[in-house]
Design a protein around this ligand. Structure first.
Ligand SMILES: Cc1cc2nc3c(=O)[nH]c(=O)nc-3n(C[C@H](O)[C@H](O)[C@H](O)COP(=O)(O)OP(=O)(O)OC[C@H]3O[C@@H](n4cnc5c(N)ncnc54)[C@H](O)[C@@H]3O)c2cc1C
Length: 436
C-alpha cells in the first residue's frame, strides 16, 4: 500500500490538525496520520481540557483556525465556553474528537487513524517517504513536504535530525475526570475558603453551567487549601506527592464533571518519557495516585461526597521530551524579553514560563510571568531543522531551550504555529512542483 501527498502531517494533536487544515486550504493534497483512533493529541488522549489563555491587554493573541475550532465546537455541540476572563479555551474532550473529525473532512484533509510512524527514508537532505505500522502492514507515504507534529519529534528523530533534549526535567502527569460532583456545593465551598479568589475562579455562566477552578501546591505560602491537604496527609488519605500539586477545572458540556490536572507522577529520580521502563512505572504509579486523590476529594472536599472516578486518561501527559535542533533555538532570554521577529514570526505567546518540578532534586518549578501586556514571537527558523530541507516541526518539540519550551508548549500556541507551518508547507510543495 503506497500513498502520495503534497504535504504529510505526522501527528493529529493541536499543532498537527491546524497544520493539516491550513495546508489543505492552500489547495495542497494533505494527509494526516495519527496513531490513536481520534484527533486532539494531548488535549483528548491526556484529557488536557483547558487551553490556557494566550492574551495581551485582554485580547486573545491567537485567532485563525484555533478560534474557528472553539467557536464551531461551541456552536454545534455546546462543547466550548468562554470563561469570565475572555479565555475561549475550555473544551469537552469527547466532543472535541468528533468536531476535529468533522472540520478535517470539511477541509479535505485525508486522515488515517491507528497508524504508527516507524521509519523515514532520507536522501539528499530530504525526506523521501515515511513508513507506518498498521495491523501488521507497513504502508508507505510519499510527499513533497513533511510536518512533524508528533509531540515527541518521532518523525524528526527517525529522519536523523539532531536533538537538544534533556528529557525528564518536567513532571509527567496522569490526568483524570470525576463525575457526579455537586457543582453548586463545590462552587459555594470554593467561594467560602478562597473569598479573594487568590488561587481559584468561580463563574456561573449565563447558560446555567458552573465554570470553576481551584489549585494548591506545597510551594510557598498563601495556598488557601493547605489545611485540607495537611489533614489528608495526616489521615493517610494522600501522600506528599499528591499534595505537592493539585488543580481542578469544570468541563463544558459535562455538568457535574471535574477534570484534574494532577497528580504529578511521584518519583525520586527524573523519569524519561522516552524510556519504556519509566513509562510503565509512570502509568502504574499514576493510577495509584489518581485513586488516592479521588478518595481524598470524596472524603474532604464538599461537593465530591457522591462523586466517582469516571475516566483516567488513556495517555500519560508528557510535557516535554525531544526538542529538535533548528536553524534558530529560542532562548530563555527571548521569552523573558518578549522578543519579536519581524517578518519571520509564525506564532505569538504571552504565556509564562511554567515548569512542573519533576522530582525533589529536579529543577525548581513554578510560574515566571512575562512583562504585563507584552508577548514574544516564535520565528519560522525554530520550526526548520538544521539538516532536512522538506521538513517543518510544530508543537511542543520545536527548537527551543528547556525553559523556553515550558512556555511555548501551550495549546493555543501549538495551534498558531501549526496553522502557519501548514500554509508555508503547502506553498513550498507547490513551488517544488513548479521547479521540477
Ligand atoms: C499534564 C499536562 C497538562 C497541561 N496543561 C495544559 C493546559 O492547561 N493548557 C494548555 O494550553 N496546555 C497544557 N499543556 C500543554 C499542551 O497540552 C501540549 O503541550 C500540547 O497539547 C502539545 O500539542 P502538540 O500538537 O505539540 O502535541 P500532541 O497534542 O501531543 O499531539 C501529538 C500527536 O501525535 C501523535 N503521534 C505521536 N507519535 C506518533 C507516531 N509515531 N505516529 C503517529 N502519530 C503519532 C499522538 O498520538 C498525538 O495525537 C499540558 C500538558 C500536559 C502534559
Amino acid at each position: 500500500m503506497d500513498y502520495q501527498a503534497d504535504v504529510l502531517v505526522a501527528g493529529g494533536g493541536s499543532s498537527g490538525v491546524a497544520a493539516a487544515i491550513a495546508s489543505a486550504r492552500q489547495g495542497a493534497k494533505t494527509i494526516l496520520i495519527e496513531k490513536n483512533g481520534y484527533l486532539g493529541g494531548t488535549a483528548t488522549a491526556s484529557l488536557v481540557t483547558p487551553m490556557m489563555p494566550n492574551q495581551s491587554k485582554g485580547e486573545n493573541l491567537v485567532a485563525g483556525i484555533y478560534q474557528e475550532v472553539l467557536e464551531g465546537l461551541a456552536k454545534r455541540y455546546a462543547g466550548s465556553e468562554r470563561f469570565s476572563d475572555n479565555n475561549p479555551g475550555w473544551v469537552n474532550p469527547e466532543l472535541l474528537k468528533a468536531y476535529l473529525d468533522e472540520i478535517c473532512r470539511e477541509n479535505n484533509v485525508q486522515v488515517f487513524f491507528n497508524l504508527d510512524l516507524i521509519d523515514a527514508h532520507v536522501g539528499s537532505n530530504r525526506i523521501q517517504d515515511v513508513t507506518c505500522f498498521f495491523n501488521g502492514e507497513k504502508p508507505v507515504f510519499k510527499a513533497d513536504m513533511f510536518i512533524d507534529a508528533s509531540g515527541n519529534a518521532d518523525l524528526s528523530h527517525l529522519a536523523g535530525v539532531p536533538m537538544l533534549s534533556d528529557p525528564g526535567r518536567q513532571a509527567m502527569t496522569l490526568r483524570f475526570l470525576m463525575a457526579g460532583v455537586d457543582m453548586p456545593k463545590l462552587a459555594e465551598w470554593i467561594q467560602s475558603v478562597d473569598p479573594q479568589m487568590k488561587n481559584s475562579a468561580v463563574y456561573h455562566h449565563p447558560n446555567g453551567h458552573w465554570m470553576l477552578s481551584t489549585a494548591h501546591t506545597l510551594d510557598g505560602p498563601g495556598w488557601v487549601l493547605r489545611p485540607y491537604f495537611e489533614e489528608g496527609i495526616q489521615e493517610g488519605l494522600i501522600e506528599t506527592a499528591e499534595a505537592a500539586y493539585f488543580q481542578i477545572f469544570s468541563v463544558p458540556g459535562m455538568p457535574g464533571t471535574i477534570s484534574f490536572n494532577c497528580p504529578r507522577i511521584k518519583t525520586d529520580q527524573p523519569l524519561d518519557p522516552l524510556n519504556p521502563t519509566d513509562i510503565e512505572y509512570a502509568y502504574r504509579m499514576g493510577r495509584q495516585q489518581v485513586i488516592r486523590t479521588a478518595n481524598f476529594c470524596k472524603a474532604k472536599i464538599p461537593g465530591f461526597e457522591t462523586s466517582y472516578l469516571s475516566q483516567i486518561a488513556p495517555q500519560l501527559g508528557i510535557r516535554e521530551s525531544r526538542r529538535i535542533q533548528g536553524k534558530y533555538v529560542i532562548t530563555d532570554e527571548d521569552i523573558l524579553a518578549c522578543r519579536k521577529f519581524p517578518g519571520e514570526a509564525v506564532a505569538k505567546s504571552s504565556y509564562p514560563i511554567d515548569i512542573h518540578q519533576a522530582s525533589p532534586n529536579a529543577d525548581k518549578g513554578g510560574l515566571q510571568k512575562l512583562k504585563d501586556g507584552d508577548y514574544y514571537e516564535i520565528p519560522l527558523q525554530a520550526l526548520e531543522p538544521v539538516n532536512r530541507d522538506n521538513l517543518l516541526v510544530v508543537g511542543r518539540c520545536i527548537s527551543a531551550s528547556f525553559v523556553a519550551q515550558s512556555s511555548l508548549r501551550i495549546q493555543a500556541v501549538c495551534w498558531n504555529m501549526g496553522e502557519s507551518a501548514g500554509a508555508i508547507a503547502a506553498k513550498r510543495s507547490q513551488q517544488n512542483r513548479i521547479s521540477i
